[in-house]
Design a protein around this ligand. Structure first.
Ligand SMILES: O=C(O)CCC(=O)C(=O)O
Length: 259
């Protein structure tokens, strides 16, 4: 398994690593804002979109909260940073970058498989988007090494067809590895070992997962889902029919770069 000593090609491999963008101060300030959000303090007075962890829940579970950038100014500043927007535009060769969703994935020291995030590709959760121009930036808000459960990518899996039976919320990575092995035996796995403030980008079609955090300190990732000018909204019916209407509201889905 290799790490980001080597860089990868976003088009061919489905992910890449960016040079450091955020200072330690900005990263730490966003991390402390996220900790307040986790504890139910929303300094801006705005609620996150959804919480998958409530105060009082098991503190060793993965803490995932959707759209924390609404709740705290330091987190908002992180995801709307101009240099960040420019770097994402350069990497994706886009004329426009819009943040349309975000999540904190805070992974405390794991017990057993508590820290596992199953293999998935982000597109499987987004029926309202086409395949082009959709990416995720993963900002490390702690130093992330092999022992802290980094995000792991399968190079080239952005060119695969969809695989059944894989899911972020399924902690049985052993079972899921068998599915990968069956369809794409011997596939390489690359670990996104990042220093605080560093960023990886992956396509919405790239398979990725993460394993246990064996370190005492939490592994903290700010996950920024963004679309470019190539992204196409798909009309769907049902629960998420109007989900992307929020693209019209820059106070929820800020445009962070425009050519
Ligand atoms: O932070 C993790 O371990 C998983 C993150 C993830 O699934 C993503 O960035 O799309």
């Amino acid at each position: 398994m290799s790490g980001p000593e080597k860089n990868y090609d976003l088009d061919n491999d489905g992910f890449c690593f960016l040079p450091t963008i955020f200072s330690k101060e900005d990263s730490e300030s966003a991390r402390s804002g996220l900790w307040n959000i986790i504890n139910g303090e929303y300094a801006t007075g705005r609620q996150p979109e959804r919480r998958f962890w409530e105060t009082g829940d098991d503190p060793r579970k993965i803490i995932k909260i959707d759209k924390p950038h609404l709740c705290n100014d330091a987190v908002w500043s992180l995801v709307t940073n101009n240099n960040f927007g420019r770097a994402l535009a350069e990497a994706t060769r886009a004329k426009k970058i819009q943040v349309w969703h975000s999540q904190v994935v805070w992974k405390p020291q794991s017990i057993g498989n508590s820290g596992n995030a199953g293999w998935h590709r982000d597109a499987q959760y987004w029926p309202f988007w086409g395949e082009d121009g959709l990416f995720t930036a993963w900002i490390a808000l702690s130093n992330v090494s092999l022992s802290s459960g980094p995000v792991r990518f399968v190079p080239g899996s952005n060119h695969w067809g969809a695989l059944e039976g894989l899911d972020f919320f399924d902690k049985d990575l052993v079972g899921q590895d068998k599915i990968l092995e069956k369809h794409h035996g011997g596939a390489e796995i690359v670990s996104g070992n990042l220093k605080i403030g560093e960023v990886s980008i992956h396509s919405s079609l790239t398979y990725h997962s993460s394993q246990a955090n064996l370190d005492k300190k939490p592994r903290v990732g700010m996950v920024v889902h963004f679309c470019t000018d190539s992204a196409e909204r798909i009309v769907i019916k049902g629960d998420n029919e109007h989900y992307l209407d929020q693209l019209k509201d820059p106070s929820i889905t800020p445009i962070i770069y425009r050519e």
